[in-house]
Design a protein around this ligand. Structure first.
Ligand SMILES: Nc1ncnc2c1ncn2[C@@H]1O[C@H](COP(=O)(O)OP(=O)(O)O)[C@@H](O)[C@H]1O
Ligand SMILES: [Mg+2]
Length: 189
């Protein structure tokens, strides 16, 4: 099991946001996580991304336990939150180089990796554009490009198609198909 949760439970005070969730995903699986607002999707994804601790139960990525072995988990995952992050005053290429450096990818390797993810996400022609000037669909593709830099095994995508027009949604779907063919395990709400 590449992603596994056992009795995963999260409380915020008295509110039970997640109740004994059992998830088992095999490598290469694409798991669509559906539920109404407030169902606990973001909470689950944040726990898997090592950003929240469960109240009870356990979550594992590649066998490593969230909260105990988070440093082993982080290189294995790519997390796209349900909002677009800061750094709007950078151009696309700088933005990706900055995040690559955060994963200790430097020099020629960084140039190559940034070029590869720009090509994969069809953003090469925008590499000199300010992040702030991109359309919502392009920003979403850039968010995906950012989490692919370190070639993670597992992608955790929190509503990546929300707020996108139909054309941009189709583009995201095509991109996800490509990532699946690359063998990524995908959790998508
Ligand atoms: N930081 C928080 N503090 C208190 N309650 C929270 C917090 N985050 C989420 N919740 C509550 O937990 C429940 C699940 O939220 P969430 O995981 O965001 O659901 P979803 O992503 O499926 O809409 C909701 O009732 C929400 O109001
Ligand atoms: Mg949510």
């Amino acid at each position: 099991m590449i992603v596994q949760t056992i009795n995963l439970t999260k409380r915020y005070g008295k509110l039970v946001a997640l109740n004994n969730l059992e998830l088992n995903l095999e490598e290469g699986e694409c798991f669509g996580y559906i539920g109404p607002n407030g169902a606990g999707k973001t909470t689950t994804i944040k726990i898997l991304a090592t950003l929240l601790q469960p109240t009870w139960g356990e979550a594992r990525i590649c066998g490593h336990v969230v909260g105990y072995e988070s440093r082993k988990i982080r290189p294995l995952i790519g997390y796209v939150p349900d909002f677009f992050g800061a750094y709007e005053d950078m151009v696309v290429q700088e933005y990706l180089e900055f995040f690559a450096s955060a994963y200790n990818i430097t020099g020629k390797q960084r140039t190559r990796v940034v070029g590869d993810v720009l090509e994969l996400t069809d953003l090469e022609y925008k590499k000199e554009a300010l992040v702030d000037s991109l359309s919502r669909g392009m920003q979403q593709r850039l968010s995906l490009a950012r989490v692919l830099l370190h070639d993670p095994k597992v992608l955790l995508l929190d509503e990546p198609a929300s707020g996108l027009d139909p054309r941009a949604r189709i583009e995201i779907r095509e991109l996800l198909k490509e990532l699946r063919h690359m063998g990524k395990t995908i959790v998508i709400s």
